[in-house]
Write a protein that binds this ligand. Structure first.
Ligand code: ATP
Length: 218
């Protein structure tokens, strides 16, 4: 059985989730209270419905509790986002992902039991900032407030040295969890693995340690 998803709020964020899921052949119900937006998604989503999701009866009639994962992408109207999330929770939806507008919004969403809270603008801003500071940082994924996974390009400073030679774990407190080399991926590389210039290293650690590593080793 394929998992079923519902996306509430068809702005740029919710709309792009909806499109991507549909392109991957995943059934998705697109919901918005703006008829124009719903019409735009009629040909993209498996169902497109015009509904106000702050109304419990409306959510019930959509059979929302039967969906495996509901994404709440209502941005500007924080009250509607919170009310919708609360009701989805009360109706027993299995997994709920919500887009937060700010830290206070996120706090409330976590309190009422949202499973995943995302801040697309903030997170993308952080990723771009890391990429601007160091051209070698390709991607940056926050695991918590203090820990992240980063994808970095090995500079010539690292090339030709083994992981043990570089002593990265002891010096910087970070771990290399995988190396991408061309089309190959080496998962959990051995300590004697020779790093080549241009390898993409996937590292995990505390943000402060990753920053130190970015500044000194790249
Ligand atoms: P984005 O930043 O993702 O582009 P946006 O600024 O285009 O978002 P928002 O105002 O953040 O749009 O809201 C996203 C969508 O949520 C809008 O299309 C809006 O009509 C819809 N929406 C707002 N309130 C409700 C509600 N109570 N029920 C259903 N949909 C709603």
């Amino acid at each position: 059985m394929k998992k079923e998803f519902a996306v509430i709020g068809l702005g740029r964020f919710g709309g792009s989730i909806c499109k991507e899921l549909s392109e991957q052949g995943v059934p998705v119900m697109a919901i918005d209270n703006n008829e124009e937006r719903v019409n735009k998604f009629a040909a993209i989503a498996s169902h497109a419905v015009c509904a106000d999701t702050t109304d419990e009866q409306v959510l019930k009639s959509l059979g929302i509790r039967n969906f495996d994962h509901v994404i709440v992408a209502i941005g500007d109207n924080i009250q509607a986002s919170i009310l919708t999330t609360l009701m989805l929770k009360e109706l027993g939806v299995n997994k709920i992902t919500v887009k937060a507008q700010n830290d206070y919004h996120e706090k409330v969403l976590r309190k009422i039991g949202a499973d995943f809270v995302v801040h697309p603008e903030r997170d993308m801003g952080r990723r771009i900032a890391h990429n601007i500071v160091s051209n070698n940082v390709l991607d940056y994924l926050e695991l918590s407030d203090e820990h992240s996974i980063a994808e970095i390009v090995a500079s010539s400073k690292l090339g030709g040295h083994s992981i043990i030679d570089l002593n990265i774990r002891a010096k910087y407190g970070i771990n290399i969890v995988a190396i991408k080399r061309g089309n190959d991926i080496l998962v959990s590389p051995q300590a004697d693995e020779l790093i080549q210039t241009g390898d993409i290293l996937i590292i995990i650690g505390a943000d402060t340690d990753i920053n130190r590593f970015e500044k000194k080793a790249l």
